[in-house]
Design a protein around this ligand. Structure first.
Ligand code: ACM
Length: 254
């Protein structure tokens, strides 16, 4: 909570530990630099940083130089605007940033919502997409990422409701993609976070699911190319079988 130096030390010790050797892609939770529960916009501003100039981004950048991709939630300041962001750094470069589109609970009091499509970027010959926490409740986000070619959706989270982990199985099946949700544990001020970080496969398998209070580094080997098989049966392709003309109302604004 609001402990920039403490959060930095914690992430630094994880990134510096022997456990991360051999990890190619690492996902950290939402707002990992700042904590989640703010009392005011001013407080959130005081805990924000510029991406990638800020110290937390620089730490991630240094880590990523050793042939790794790291994605983290960051409380991001851009001019006078504040965003609940995710940044992807690979091989020392900023590959993508994303401003959370669906703000949860009181987030709208401090953050501006993102107004762009979630990004897909290439790393190591594979395609990764970004979304943040409450975006899980809007299946359009995972679909857009899939239509843009994402094979793996990386999903920093500070979840409080109990539905997301099961919903992400569906996001995986309906798009035939991998998802990796890195969720926070424990309590901050009035909120308790639900843990249970997980990785799901295009066939809806739960490849990793940790406990509600498990903290640490959890990993699984996957081949992102498995997400290229979009056939849900011998006869049905999850993208080509869509009937967009029947769902026209989905794009109506009200
Ligand atoms: C959330 O979007 N942090 C629940």
């Amino acid at each position: 909570m609001g402990d920039l130096a403490g959060n930095m030390r914690k992430v630094e010790s994880l990134l510096g530990s022997a456990k991360v050797n051999g990890v190619d892609v690492l996902v950290l939770p939402e707002l990992a630099n700042s904590g989640y529960v703010f009392n005011s916009r001013d407080e959130a501003i005081g805990l924000s940083e510029e991406v990638p100039a800020g110290p937390f981004s620089k730490l991630l950048q240094t880590f990523s130089k050793q042939d790794r991709l790291v994605v983290s939630g960051i409380c991001e300041r851009e001019g006078t605007n504040l965003y609940n962001s995710a940044a992807a750094l690979g091989n020392g470069k900023l590959l993508a940033t994303y401003h959370k589109v669906h703000l949860f609970n009181r987030e709208g009091e401090w953050f501006l919502p993102g107004d762009k499509e979630p990004p897909v970027f290439e790393y190591g010959g594979f395609k990764f997409g970004l979304m943040i926490c409450f975006d899980w409740a809007f299946p359009e986000m995972a679909r857009v990422l899939t239509l843009k070619g994402a094979q793996v959706i990386l999903h920093p989270a500070n979840l409080v409701l109990p539905y997301c982990q099961n919903a992400m199985i569906t996001r995986s099946v309906e798009n035939r993609v991998f998802t990796a949700t890195a969720n926070r544990i424990g309590r901050e001020r009035s909120m308790t976070f639900s843990g249970v970080s997980q990785v799901t496969s295009p066939r809806g398998e739960v490849l990793v699911r940790v406990g509600a209070m498990d903290e640490g580094l959890f990993w699984v080997d996957v081949n992102p190319s498995d997400a290229d098989d979009k056939m849900i049966t011998e006869y049905n392709h999850v993208l080509n079988d869509r009937r967009p003309m029947i769902y026209k109302r989905l794009t109506r604004v009200s």
